[in-house]
Every structure is written in C-alpha cells, then in structure tokens.
Ligand binder design. Structure first.
Ligand code: GTP
Ligand code: MG
Length: 375
C-alpha cells in the first residue's frame, strides 16, 4: 500500500515507490500517457501507474500527511513524572478574574492594565502554601475574545469560574461553563466579592442549580469557594480545591524528550522582535532548540520565565516567552521542537503552501459570490 497525497509529480511518485523516474515515465508511455518529470499527476493516473508497480494507492490529504509526521509517540509509563495543573480562570466581565490571579501572585496586574481590562491571555506559575505549583492562564472577559478563550480551555486541566456574589450568573458565565463542559474540564466555582454589601452567594447557588449544576454544599458535585480578592479571604482554600480536582486527574508528562506545547500569545516588540508566549505541555524546551509553529520556524535565541527571569530550559506546564521566531503565530497554535532546521523548514514550507492554496480557494469562492451578487 502506497500513501500518496493528492497531486504528486511523476518524480515524487517514483521515489515513493523506490523506482527510477525513467521507469515511471516509460510505464506512462506504454499506457498512452505522456508526462514530464515534474508534472503533477491526477488521482486516476497515480492509481493506474502504481498498479503497474504492484502498489495499491491510499490517498491522504496534504494536511494529514504533514501533521501525521508530527504525531507524538505515546510515552512509556516509566518516563512519566507528575506535572503542575494548568488552570484557567474564566467568568463574566468585571467579575474579578484578574483581581483573583493578582492576589494569588501578590502583584498588581489589574492595576497596570489599560482600564483594568485584560487584553490578552497571560500565563503564570504560582506556588501554593505547601509549595505545590499551579500554572494559571488569565483569559480576557470580553465577548470579542470568545474564540481565544475557547482555545484557552483546550490546554486547561481545571477551570475556575469566577462569579461575583453581588451580581448573577451572566451570559459569559454560562459561556464559560459551556466551554469547560464541552472540553470535559472539571470546574471549581469561585464566588467573588463576598466582602461587598449585597453579596448573596445562595442566590448564585440557586441560579447554578437551575442550570442543573448542583454545588457540593447542596449535595451536588461542584466544589465552590467564597472569596474576596480584597482581603484574600478563601483564596488558599480555593487553591486547595483546585489541587484536589487536579490530583484526581493524575497529571503526568515526560520531561525527557523534545518539547511540545501551545502558543498563548505573540506580539512584535520593537526592540526584541517577535516575542511568543508559550506553554510547554510535554518534554523540555531548551534555549537553542529549533522550534516549529504553524508556518514559522526558528532557533530559540532567548527564553524567559513568567517573571522575566532568563531560562536555559523549561519542563512540562511551564509558561515561557521565547525570542527567535521570524513571525507571530496564532494563539492556540501547537509548537514542536524539530531535530534539524531542514526538517523544520520543509514542514513550514508545506504548511505555507497549503495556506496559500486554501486562501486562493476561498478568494476564488468570494469572487464568484460577488459576481453573483452584482448580476
Ligand atoms: P475583565 O478582565 O475586564 O473581564 O475583568 P475581571 O474579571 O478581570 O475583573 P477585575 O479583576 O478587573 O475586577 C473588576 C473590578 O472588581 C475591579 O474594580 C476590582 O477591584 C473589583 N473586585 C474584584 N474582586 C473583588 C473582590 O473580591 N472584592 C471587591 N470589593 N472588589 C473586587
Ligand atoms: Mg481581567
């Protein structure tokens, strides 16, 4: 059986079958087809020619072909080590997500942001009272960032959904619950702002029960914690509950292999070039590694941790910022570390070509539609 992407050339086909291209061309001629070395063959021709060489053809899409070469082999149980849980804080606008994370980090992220609104996903490692690590992703609260948040949920092990106790379950609270449920990620509810007059956590419990989400203290399965990010009330307890959920998941990774993970965000810094924030999910990422993300690749020139400290290497569940990519990948893109630059370039080029072909197809589509509209 011969795996062939659509549209290979006579030359490609020959090397896939380990025969000389002259034999392929000669066979074509005997079948009444006149092809040149680099001419792309259609599916029917490929099938007929391969058959002459006793191969059965299986067509795979070009995309499948590229991605299948990057699929990781499953890790040996013996190589796995516990890793920190990756936790996303979600919830409605202004319900206190950043303030909570801020308190946890004991820094002032919310105060430093324009208008106190989170504009991007940040990633931070924190230590709990008993020295266990949790990696947090801070996601934006506005509807416009729904897509990004959906991607945030994909890399997440546990979700904290913040609901302001002086408000109600809001549209984006429901959306966050929905994202977490679709992703199959356990939820811990944080009822925030309990220090405020008018805070009524039982009202929130009631609203949740109306959505068929019964909280633990009412006999259900969802852990909740009342918190105040002003006084810090309940926050250690919240982290304990998150770790409890995480323990059930027995999260493990193999630090002794090339890293894989996801892009959290990327931006162009005037002085430093493209800065990419990524989360290492498996393996260990090292300075000097050749990294491939979407159609971009490059060697990691420098790597820093979440507080700006220089890093030579970063293991599973570590958020890092790297320099060395020649462009900005998309949030949520997967990254791979490649053995050689040649390999990275090859895949990056193929992806680039695929993207171009896809763009051309959509553009053609739009043009036809526009013509239709003008009539
Ligand atoms: P977006 O990023 O815009 O979605 O908002 P957010 O969910 O990150 O909310 P943020 O932490 O910025 O908090 C919104 C407002 O609520 C700020 O003025 C906070 O000071 C206030 N706030 C947050 N948590 C608490 C709390 O526990 N108690 C009190 N009293 N105020 C809080
Ligand atoms: Mg925020």
């Amino acid at each position: 059986i011969l795996k062939v992407t659509e549209f290979v050339s006579a030359n490609d086909l020959a090397s896939l079958m380990s025969v000389s291209v002259n034999d392929v061309i000669a066979t074509c001629m005997s079948l009444g087809m006149f092809v040149s070395i680099n001419q792309r063959l259609d599916a029917e021709a490929i099938t007929v020619i391969a058959d002459e060489f006793d191969y059965e053809v299986q067509f795979v899409s070009a995309e499948e072909e590229i991605e299948s070469s990057l699929v990781e082999e499953p890790d040996d149980e013996a190589d796995l080590q516990p890793r920190a849980p990756i936790v996303t804080i979600m919830g409605h606008v202004d319900h206190g997500k950043t303030s909570l994370l801020d308190y946890i980090r004991r820094t002032r992220v919310a105060a430093g942001e324009a208008g106190g609104i989170t504009q991007h996903i940040g990633a931070y490692s924190v230590k709990t009272d008993d020295d266990r690590m949790i990696t947090f992703l801070d996601t934006p609260g506005h509807e416009a960032f729904t897509a990004m948040r959906a991607r945030g949920a994909k890399v997440t092990d546990v979700v904290i959904i913040v609901i302001a106790a002086d408000d109600s379950v809001m549209p984006q609270t429901r959306e966050a619950i929905n994202h977490a449920q679709v992703a199959g990620v356990p939820i811990v509810f944080a009822f925030s702002k309990v220090d405020k007059p008018g805070a009524n956590t039982d009202k929130i419990r009631e609203e949740l029960s109306q959505m068929n989400m019964l909280v633990e203290e009412w006999g259900g399965k969802y852990q909740t914690q009342e918190i105040s990010s002003k006084s810090g009330l309940g926050i250690s307890e919240l982290l304990e509950k998150v770790l409890l959920e995480a323990e059930l998941l027995e999260l493990k990774a193999n630090p002794n292999k090339r890293a894989t993970g996801n892009v959290i965000e990327a931006e162009l810094d005037k002085g430093r070039g493209y800065v990419t924030t990524m989360l290492v999910q498996n393996g260990t990422l090292r300075q000097g590694d050749i990294i491939l993300v979407g159609a971009h690749f490059g060697r990691i020139r420098a790597m820093t941790g979440d507080t700006g400290q220089r890093l030579k290497e970063a293991g599973p569940s570590t958020p890092v910022q790297i320099l060395g990519l020649p462009g900005a990948p998309q949030a949520g893109d997967k990254f791979n570390v490649m053995e050689t630059e040649r390999e990275a370039r090859e895949i990056a080029n193929k992806r680039e070509q695929l993207l171009r072909e896809q763009n051309m197809r959509t553009r053609k589509h739009i043009t036809l539609e526009e013509i239709g509209r003008r009539k």
